[in-house]
Design a protein around this ligand. Structure first.
Ligand code: R5P
Length: 283
């Protein structure tokens, strides 16, 4: 199988290729003088089994993915892995007149099989014009957290939306887990607290699918520290970390931030390559 990494997933594609016992195919990425994107796959893909790996955090990355798919038109089999899918959070019309952007993006991606990793909303998979599967990095995340060597860590989801993820991350490792809940005490007083467990004196790992602006996490970190947590860490699948998010989190007192290489950032210390390789090996 030929593994080709788009511009946003060069490391992950290389790691996945290695895990599959092959070398990644070299691509050239450039821009025309007017700013349009240019790319070229330097090896023949005609009648080959091909896997493209490309996250789409930016509009340009989405165009690169569409170009790669087009360039592989003669492949005998085409798998497309979108480790982080941009626009997946606009999975419905929140206000009249809005597009379902996740659907608009998904409809453009044509392949034999599509894989995402911890996509924000699984219902988005139904919009792809071919079979699509969501891979779950929670086991890898859990094993990585276990490697921190924290004494009796408490894993916490910052909201009920991440409850399932934190449960899966803890699964099989025996970690306590809980989620944060907002309680309105009066018109202008809101208390954010863990639903069931006390945090005082405990090492807390906040777990979410993604950190975007860091707003959700910064508020949670401050609150957990005020309530006596011994230390607060963050683990996420997709370290989007837009603008000054990392700085906001360290200002709020986080001890460390770890994410996976679905997005290639300094914080992407854990690779999802074994998960992708294992899945591809199954086909
Ligand atoms: C929301 O549902 C997600 O799971 C994350 O909690 C959210 O996207 C984080 O956004 P931000 O970092 O901007 O608070």
């Amino acid at each position: 199988m030929k593994v080709i990494g788009g511009p946003a997933s060069q490391l992950l594609a290389s790691r996945t290729a290695r895990a599959l016992g092959t070398e990644p195919v070299l691509c050239e990425f450039n821009r025309f003088p007017d700013g349009e994107l240019y790319l070229r796959i330097t090896e023949e893909t005609e009648n080959e089994r091909v896997t493209l790996i490309q996250s789409t955090p930016t509009d340009s990355d989405l165009v690169s993915l569409l170009q790669l798919i087009d360039a592989c038109e003669g492949a005998s089999e085409l798998n497309v892995v979108i480790p982080y899918m941009g626009y997946a959070r606009q999975d419905k019309k929140f206000k009249p007149g809005e597009p379902i952007s996740a659907r608009a993006v998904a409809r453009c991606v044509r392949a034999d099989r599509i894989f995402t990793v911890n996509i924000h909303e699984k219902s988005v998979l139904e919009h792809f014009p071919c079979p699509a599967e969501n891979l779950d990095a929670s086991k890898l995340l859990g094993e990585y957290i276990a490697g921190f060597g924290l004494e009796d860590p408490l894993l916490i989801a910052p909201d009920s939306g991440a409850e399932g993820l934190v449960k899966n991350v803890s699964s099989g490792l025996g970690f306590d887990y809980d989620h944060l809940e907002k309680t309105r005490l009066s018109g202008d007083t809101v208390v954010i607290k863990t639903k069931n467990l006390e945090v005082t004196g405990r090492h807390v790992v906040l777990v979410d699918d993604m950190i975007a602006t860091g707003g959700t996490m910064a508020e949670s970190i401050r609150m957990l520290r005020d309530q006596g947590a011994a230390g607060v860490y963050i683990a996420c699948v997709h370290p989007v970390l837009a603008r000054n998010a990392a700085l906001r989190l360290f200002n709020a007192g986080v001890k460390d931030i770890i994410g996976t290489d679905t997005l290639e950032k300094a914080e992407s210390r854990l690779s999802v390559a074994p998960l992708i390789a294992e899945t591809l090996n199954g086909f």
